[in-house]
Write a protein that binds this ligand. Structure first.
Ligand code: NDP
Ligand code: PYC
Length: 339
């Protein structure tokens, strides 16, 4: 893979080195650096450019504006039954998730289902790393988090919802898990930002401008509002994300997160909910046989030429350790100047 004027080729170790240097240079505490950096590396490794190296620009902005606690010490808050609560102490979500995961798994195995509620965190990342951390324990996983109010409800024109991702994972014996992870907006805002940086128009149906008119100009779309995917259906799912990972766990909606941001243009602040389900808690010894039956469903999808979500990502994961990745030269130079 050759460099050209607009793109530069990097190994995953180059990406890792860049992420560590940038995060340290901007004051992120040592307890957080590896966790945040590995999220960035994983994004590039899996071919998710909107949540790879590009996200370092958001991390920098969030650190510089004081909208994240760089030395946060997440702590588990006492909670009864199948609930795990972690106060992220205003830090990036990765350390809080790490802190809560073992107890989430333990409680899911004890009760059949458990909920991890993370509060007071900055979440800038994709959700699939967290989903895969849960499915690795043989558990079914569901996660969501609000973001900033950037998305208009279907039928409206004013930003209210976040891009509000929903991610789901299903463990598969001896295979990559079944995972989907997508924004409830037509697309993640990061994709639009990448189009803006590259000077490329965006497809129709992603955004409206500040006057409520459809636009393919990323700048105008970012200044206006993103649209939900699937019209009223994405709108309702986005509302669900606001409720589950906002008021239900005592944390912010996307509108509240944007108000908290107060023009800083930092990453979203608030809560995340992760639900883990143990099939054995429902089915006992019969669980393995029923989990195996799910394979027929997946074969029914792939057997007709369709692909499973995450297949592209897992294929990239197998390729990039040897092949490396390419990122925009301008982005690379911007980041190395600050590292
Ligand atoms: P997409 O619209 O690309 O949807 C992504 C999901 O759909 C992936 O699971 C992807 O699998 C799958 N997929 C895509 N095309 C197909 C296809 N043809 N057949 C089957 N499955 C397909 O991504 P979004 O822009 O909606 O979201 C991207 C990321 O942004 C997510 O990881 C999300 O968590 C993140 N995000 C995070 C936010 C936050 O606040 N932390 C806010 C909003 C988004 P594959 O990867 O293999 O292509
Ligand atoms: O791309 O919409 C997005 C996003 C928001 C927070 C993290 N990613």
């Amino acid at each position: 893979m050759a460099d050209d004027k607009t793109m530069i080729h990097l190994s995953l170790d180059d990406v890792r080195d860049l992420a560590y240097r940038v995060l340290r240079r901007h004051g992120l505490g040592e307890a957080h650096v590896p966790l945040v950096a590995e999220t960035i590396v994983a994004g590039e490794r899996d071919g998710c450019a909107a949540h790879g190296v590009y996200r370092l620009t958001n991390c920098i902005r969030t650190l510089e504006t004081g909208k994240v606690n760089p030395h946060a010490v997440p702590r588990i808050v006492p909670a009864a039954g199948a609930v795990v609560r972690v106060d992220a102490d205003g830090g990036f979500a990765q350390a809080a998730f790490d802190q809560g995961l073992p107890l989430l798994v333990e409680k899911a195995q004890a009760h059949g289902i458990a909920i991890l509620a993370i509060n007071h965190c900055v979440h800038f990342a994709a959700l699939w790393p967290e989903i895969e951390a849960v499915t690795a324990h043989g558990l079914v996983a569901l996660a969501c988090t609000p973001s900033h109010a950037w998305v208009a409800p279907a039928g409206g024109t004013a930003p209210l919802f976040g891009t509000n991702p929903i991610a789901f994972g299903w463990p598969r014996p001896d295979r990559d898990p079944y995972v989907f992870d997508f924004a409830t907006s037509a697309v993640a805002r990061g994709e639009i930002e990448l189009h803006r940086r590259a000077g490329k128009p965006i497809p129709e149906g992603w955004t409206i401008d500040a006057q409520g008119n459809p636009t393919t100009d990323p700048e105008a779309g970012l200044a206006g509002a993103l649209l939900t995917f699937g019209g009223h259906k994405g709108s309702a799912l986005s509302t669900m994300v606001e409720l589950l990972a906002g008021p239900l766990i005592g944390d912010m909606t996307s509108a509240e997160s944007l108000a908290h941001d107060d023009g800083a243009l930092a990453s979203p602040y608030g809560g995340e909910i992760v639900i883990a389900i143990d099939p054995a808690g429902i089915l006992g010894e019969a669980a393995a046989a029923h989990i195996a039956r799910a394979e027929a469903l997946f074969e029914g999808i792939t057997g007709q030429g369709a692909r499973l979500p995450s297949e592209r990502r897992f294929a990239a994961r197998r390729r990039t350790p040897a092949e490396g990745v390419t990122i925009a030269r301008e982005l690379y130079e911007e980041l190395t100047r600050t590292a």
